[in-house]
Design a protein around this ligand. Sequence first.
Ligand SMILES: Nc1ncnc2c1ncn2[C@@H]1O[C@H](COP(=O)(O)OP(=O)(O)O)[C@@H](O)[C@H]1O
Ligand SMILES: [Mg+2]
Length: 287
Amino acid sequence: MNVHQEIAAVKSPPPLSPEVASESRRPRPAPGQEAPAIQPKLTVEHLNAWYGQNHALHDVNLVVPPRSVTAAIGPSGCGKSTFLRCLNRMHELIPGARAEGTLRIDGKDLLGRDVDPVTLRRRVGMVFQRPNPFPTMSIRDNVAAGLKLNRVPGDHAEIVERTLRQAALWDEVKDRLGASALSLSGGQQQRLCIARALAVQPEVLLMDEPASALDPIATAKIEDLIHELKERYTIVIVTHNMQQAGRVSDQTAFFYMGDLVEVGPTEKIFTNPSEKRTEDYVTGKFG
Ligand SMILES: Nc1ncnc2c1ncn2[C@@H]1O[C@H](COP(=O)(O)OP(=O)(O)O)[C@@H](O)[C@H]1O
Ligand SMILES: [Mg+2]
């Protein structure tokens, strides 16, 4: 079963509001991608990104199905992090940086003037390479930080427990929620950051090399967690570790020097890619 069939089998999407339905066109799949059977969660069309004069992403086209994991791979400096930051509009926070193109979530334009980037970032959460818990806050307050920021009413204790369970950290911290976040190991801190991202109930989770600073056991825990999270969330993960991409993702996108060279089912990208550059990279001829 390919990823699209798998997803279609799990759940059909809720009916579109007339506003969204009228706005959504059939997205153009990137080379190597099949036409999606269901409404994609994210649609990227003709995305270009710059840092001043440096044209860092060239006409990227990509469709991300809901409740799936997409891995972005490629050598250092090829634009993976830039791509991820465009998806929740963090790219535009960098002085001199800009992006053009069409980005849609559930068919609705993300780059439109009427879209509030703060609201968008609540729907599209991000986890970074180095665990970055708020150092002066307790474990509990770290998880609740986004709720307070977004003025979410109600019982934060209940949400804190639920998200810590989702992040597979609850059993390890339930007796010391008031302790400093810095008292946790690196792997626990990263799961805390995932819990913090999940607490505001995003729909999409972006992860930029989330395990690259962790030991193999902590890495395995993060990978297991990604498997569980994709039941509910749409995940885009950057990884320089090809074995990891193979283990966690449904589709893989290979970037090289600012181009999205090829995207397709992960197994195909690793065993039978269409492009020579992809093959050379996944077989370790360069990196
Ligand atoms: N904050 C930044 N300011 C200026 N240039 C940047 C910045 N971040 C990345 N770049 C440039 O954009 C290109 C892509 O970088 P990046 O997206 O970080 O690649 P990757 O994540 O694949 O290693 C590189 O040429 C890099 O030098
Ligand atoms: Mg990067």
